[in-house]
Design a protein around this ligand. Structure first.
Ligand SMILES: C[S@@+](CC[C@H](N)C(=O)[O-])C[C@H]1O[C@@H](n2cnc3c(N)ncnc32)[C@H](O)[C@@H]1O
Ligand code: SF4
Ligand code: SF4
Length: 458
């Protein structure tokens, strides 16, 4: 079933951002032939191939240059009861946004997620967007979305000149939340298309590093300086992208970024969504997916990471860069973000059955070794009728623990010797993952292994 649909309702825009990833796809055909949102909606709600929890994105161009977006948003939310609709906007038309918000029935509004792009304080943002009032209007759009009960956040593309005013920028954004709820600011790097020059120098990455959270494939993107690529992907198996004229594509990047032919599966207005999805042309397009030269598109990368098909692990030289840019001493792979506790301690969850922690000792004892201290624990109560949590640990491929039972807190210390390159690689395997939703009935659906409190080689 399809759980990810991207709809590019218009490619027109009233801003002219030099970094815009949609810049390559302004074809005459799409600029001249924009379908009505209500027609696209009709094609979508008739489909039997779209999942109830579909994530429906609307982006462009500037989506709100087209009126009546509610004509597609309401039918999608009503038909697909667990769906969410995300609209990416530069926020330069707060009046239209307000009209749109009020047209959405109140009970559906929390499932509408408005992502307003703001790239920093007015001087930075207005010059990036090449629009004199972009900042002031975007802030008004934020308030309006928030006050009318839409879910909202800010999407910031980060450049070095954002850094000095960044705290002020974040507090201005937070104030739009009116004290009731903070509006989150998601800070992202400029993505490039294969063949583009990597947009940051070493010095720029160093200056930006303090305000971003490096994780997942974006960390690979930075530390490899854009030398990575998604290939052999599963495009058009659980996702698709709709062009302004109703043409259905396997993915965003192949056509919209690279303008490459052979990825169109048909037109959903002429033939109906399911006819296109089950048509011979789709299988032709899928052949082209298999032969695709690849892409670096964020939404496609995210999908492939979710389905476990994209390996974004870092090489040792990339890990070295990570330590340098982010002033870190350990690199965690297969673990979630660091979670802070009230008493100042922290932990990271192992989020797959195996993970690695790679560190480089700053100094070695006589004899070339060092002590490795490692603290971890099993957070599942003993009273649960579950098989015991077992864990194996090896250091630089040398087994240290083999299928040992894990209590709520284990503090171990080993004498270890670094590899030839100077690294200590701690590999951890567990026999099971559990989800807080399943065990405690919470809303947290993550799959977790053990909690890692610290790994230290000093
Ligand atoms: C292509 S825009 C379309 C929607 C709308 N016009 C806007 O700017 O929000 C969608 C989002 O992608 C971001 N974006 C555009 N080009 C990008 C790039 N090269 N790297 C990262 N994000 C980019 C924009 O800032 C925006 O948040
Ligand atoms: S406002 Fe959005 S669509 Fe328009 S040029 Fe900028 S990034 Fe591209
Ligand atoms: S790798 Fe190719 S087929 Fe897959 S999402 Fe990227 S452009 Fe599309």
């Amino acid at each position: 079933m399809i759980n990810d649909v991207q709809y590019f309702n218009t490619l027109r825009c009233n801003c002219f951002c030099g970094f815009c990833s949609a810049r390559n796809c302004k074809s005459e055909e799409w600029l001249q032939n924009e379908a009505k949102p209500s027609d696209i909606a009709e094609a979508l709600v008739r489909s039997k191939n779209i999942a109830d929890d579909v994530y429906f994105w609307i982006a462009g161009g500037e989506p709100f240059l087209m009126r009546n977006l509610e004509d597609i948003v309401i039918p999608v939310l009503k038909k697909y009861s667990k769906s969410r609709v995300a609209i990416f906007t530069n926020g330069t038309d707060p009046k239209e946004l307000e009209r749109f918000a009020k047209a959405i029935p109140t009970e559906l509004r929390p499932r509408v997620f408005v992502r307003v792009s703001i790239d920093g304080l007015p001087q930075v943002h207005n010059s990036r967007r090449r629009h004199k009032r972009a900042y002031e209007l975007a802030l008004e759009s934020l308030k309006i979305s928030h006050d009318n009960g839409l879910d909202v956040n800010v999407n910031t593309i980060v450049f070095p000149d954002v850094v000095s005013g960044f705290e002020q920028f974040q507090s201005e954004i937070a104030r739009c939340g009116d004290g009731r709820a903070n509006i989150e600011c998601s800070v992202n790097w400029v993505d490039t298309v294969i063949g583009d020059k990597f947009p940051y120098s070493d010095e720029e990455i160093l200056s930006i590093a303090p305000i971003v959270t490096p994780r997942g494939w974006t960390l690979k993107y930075l530390t490899s300086k854009g030398d990575m690529c998604l290939k052999d992907c599963q495009a058009a198996q659980t996702n698709c992208a709709i062009a302004p004229n109703g043409d259905l594509y396997t993915c965003y990047a192949a056509k919209f970024e690279r303008n490459q032919d052979g990825f169109c599966m048909g037109n959903i207005l002429r033939s109906g969504f399911d006819t296109v999805w089950n048509n011979r042309n789709r299988y032709g397009a899928l052949d082209n997916v298999c032969d695709c030269i690849g892409c670096m598109n964020p939404s496609d990368m995210d999908r492939e990471v979710r389905n476990g098909n994209f390996d974004y692990s870092l090489s040792y030289s990339e890990i070295e860069k990570y330590f340098y840019y982010f002033k870190e001493t350990e690199y965690y792979e297969g673990f979630g973000d660091c979670e802070l506790h009230e008493d100042g301690t922290s932990h990271r969850w192992l989020t797959s059955e195996s993970g690695r922690v790679i560190c480089r000792p700053l100094s070695l004892e006589k004899g070339g070794g060092t002590y490795l201290s490692i603290s971890f624990g099993n957070m599942l109560p003993d009273s649960l009728e579950r098989p015991p949590m077992l864990c194996s640990i090896s250091v630089n491929d040398k087994p240290m623990l083999n299928d040992c039972w894990v209590s709520s807190r284990e503090d171990l210390k080993f004498w270890v010797e670094p590899s030839k390159d100077g690294y200590i690689t701690v590999a951890i395997n567990v026999n099971q993952l559990w989800s807080p939703k399943e065990v405690f009935g919470s809303a947290d659906t993550r799959m977790l292994g053990i909690a890692m409190f610290s790994v230290d080689v000093r």
